[in-house]
Design a protein around this ligand. Sequence first.
Ligand code: ZN
Length: 440
Amino acid sequence: MHLRYSYRVYPTAGQCALLARTAGCARVVYNDALALRKEARKSGRPYPNSTELQKLVITAAKKTAERAWLASVGVDPLIQSLRDLDTAYRNFFDSVSGKRQGRPVGLPRFKSKRDSRQSLRFTRNGFRVRSNGKLYLAKIGDVRVKWSRALPADPSSVTIVLDAAGRYHASFVVDVEPARLPEVDAEIGIDLGLTTYAVLSDGSVIDNPRFLRKAEKRLKAAQRELSRKAKGSKNRAKARRKVAKAHAKVADTRRDWLHKQTTGIIRETQAVYLEDLNVHGLGRGRLAKSVHDAGWSTFRRLLEEKAARYGRYVGIVHRTYPSSQLCSDCGHRDGPKPLAVREWACSACGVLHDRDLNAARNILAAGQADRLNAPGGPVRPGVAIPHRARPVERGTHRNTGGTGREPRTAGAAGIPRHSAGGGCQGKLISTPAARSTARR
Ligand SMILES: [Zn+2]
């Protein structure tokens, strides 16, 4: 199982310039290869394969006058950049052929010089972790790393990422054994919402932290400052950095919180059932900002990844399942209820229901029925159309403390901790094909 371990790195000013130049070269190589493939398509010739492309846009290009500067940077990140183009094409073809689920993927596009993000991947020969703790990158030099926790094994590659907020991170890929947790009996259904973040079928409630809403004032002030600066000025660039930093802070806080919640749930339950929410649909409506702020997709992805890592199960109940209309006591279908209705009494058996708790119980029942029946087949035709969870990949997080939910903090089994302190994420990744489905 491949996991990602991410650390903050602090390159010197000179190293930053070298990284920027390497990223520029990687972008040019990518765009040149993309142009070649597009030309081949236009003229009806077969696509040049990876080896041919590499020869054309790197080895041969270095010898020409207008691409001679490609020789001044390490070759490894350039080759990796071509691999990325291959992946982009594969995702496109898989999407067209239906092999890849989710939203359609378009053709790869040219990379823009104006994009301030950088990402450079170094493989075996291109990097080394030195005994003094520095990270050696070919043709860049020794970079200072903040080792917030120990690497569990030798990494196979490292990606240096510069985000919009101007921070550099080194993301290592490490091959580790899955750590199965001892089995527990508990299974839960989860009803996700905006008023409360989630209601669990055992009655516990996760409040909605609304990170974006809380930071809105600060974000707006930064945004206003940016809009006042003259276009193309240094002060504008500075203000833009400030806005990016404020957004990054919100995203970081949200991610930490989601990691804590999902780790707690996976640790304490053997199986988790969720509704398949139409996040893209909801994200366009009046509630768009709140939906985005909730991070439901990340919540689900983290649950799936952690379940894969720790031997748990995540079941997804189809979005047409009427979880808020059925009575979880007698199964009577009571009809649709406006969102404002928080409580209702079943017209058949008279039991008074909390809307969300009732839904969570229904999701649990539907998910369990789905799991018992043949995977993929309907449980009750017309009512529950079960849907198996996607293959699981990227990402999981070492638990750094409580889950933040009082009734559930006393966990049944502890997720093993790594030795060193800190709060970096180990992200689970896997084969390109499987990974592609997780990125929709
Ligand atoms: Zn009833």
